[in-house]
Design a protein around this ligand. Structure first.
Ligand code: SF4
Length: 374
């Protein structure tokens, strides 16, 4: 299949690996920011194919995983109201809140519906004018534009019974927070290509310069990941720290101007809590005052709900790259996809889920023997 199989070619992967091996002379730690990249790395064993000097650290790039517990609890309270039709993408339904999840709310009679586009929620609102339709808008710069479009359309078309519970987050402030952590070991970043396809790359040069780290915009297929690593290692070995776009087939420096304009119209930047990490300044979006009528947090007065993270789940450390999933005591025992303790075990992009899916039967760091890419 074009654009998929051609980026999984084992011969080309072998060439990139040989180049990385020939270039590296000392240990380097790179962070892949996106959960999709983490799954590609673990699924194809890319971390085990790399020379031992190159360590991959998994970053906080899973949108479901970083949605804070208190936001899940707010969603649960809204979804349980009899007048509400609560719409969400499917992977949020099993994310545990303090005492239950959206599946449980649905089992208890709540009208919780899985949708595939935020515009589906708008249609449901038009079809049910006497109900309140709430869409759970989560995620990074990638999902924010279509969600912004839904709110824009609701206001334009006068669909007053539609609102959105907003928990959007932004990548660059998270990178900044990681680099400012005293425990940080990251020396270079593989930036998420799909985020940059929306936002462009203009937020990254200052970050790269301030923290003296190479930032390579990277795609999601095995060859994309290897090329991103190759370019990052080459910069590190040369003592360079620039922004390099290795995902040119999707990313332009200016990003997607129409999407950025929509984001700027509908949202405004705000401080945002990240699950297991805490509040990161300017790391999120909320609806701008012009769209406040469509803000579910205000409409249902749930901003008062605050929650403490459970101590037994160490996903905050996983999301900051301080702990590998299999190093958590609960991994694969009390915490598994059927009885998850944290969102990183639930989400299709979660690091704990990736290790459970592809690594639980082996010892994750035991072998660096080559396994086929592709
Ligand atoms: S294995 Fe489970 S308990 Fe441990 S960090 Fe991951 S989600 Fe949390």
């Amino acid at each position: 299949m074009k654009y998929l199989e051609e980026f999984q070619n084992p011969d080309l992967a072998g060439g990139l690996l040989a180049d990385i091996r020939a270039t590296v002379t000392r240990p380097w730690a790179l962070m892949e920011v996106c959960g999709g990249q983490t799954h590609t790395i673990i699924r194809h064993g890319i971390d085990q194919l790399l020379p031992p000097e190159v360590e991959l650290i998994h970053g906080p790039g899973c949108p479901v995983c970083v949605t804070p517990l208190e936001m899940i609890d707010r969603a649960l309270e809204i979804a349980a109201r009899p007048e509400v039709i609560f719409c969400s993408f499917g992977d949020m339904l099993r994310v545990p809140g303090s005492s239950r999840d959206l599946f449980r709310v649905r089992g208890e009679g709540g009208d919780v519906r899985v949708i595939y586009s935020p515009l589906d929620a708008l249609r449901i609102a038009e079809d049910n004018p006497h109900r309140e339709v709430v869409f759970f808008g989560i995620g990074f710069e990638t999902t924010a534009p279509p969600n912004a479009m839904a709110v824009y359309q609701a206001r334009k078309r006068g669909i007053r019974n539609f609102s959105m519970l907003v928990s959007h987050v932004r990548v660059p402030p998270a990178v900044e927070a990681i680099m400012n952590s005293p425990q940080c070991r990251v020396q270079g970043f593989l930036a998420a290509g799909h985020v940059c396809s929306v936002m462009g790359t203009d937020e990254y040069p200052a970050l790269a310069e301030r923290h003296r780290v190479p930032i390579v915009v990277t795609g999601f297929e095995p060859l994309d990941i290897l090329e991103g690593i190759r370019r990052a290692v080459r910069q590190l070995e040369r003592g360079e720290h620039t922004v390099d776009n290795a995902y040119g087939r999707a990313v332009r420096p200016e990003g997607n101007p129409a999407a950025r304009a929509m984001l700027q119209d509908v949202f405004e930047v705000t401080d945002r809590a990240w699950r297991g990490i805490g509040v990161i300044p300017d790391s999120g979006w909320r609806l701008s005052p012009r769209y406040r009528d469509h803000d579910a947090e205000h409409r249902f007065d749930v901003a008062r709900i605050t929650t403490r993270e459970p101590a037994q789940c160490r996903s905050g450390e996983v999301l900051q790259g301080l702990l590998k999933p299999h190093q958590c005591e609960a991994f694969g025992t009390t915490c598994n996809p059927r009885t998850p303790l944290g969102a990183t075990m639930v989400s299709s992009e979660g690091a704990c889920a990736a290790y459970y899916l592809y690594r639980r039967l082996g010892t994750p760091d035991a072998s660096r023997e080559a396994s086929p890419v592709g």
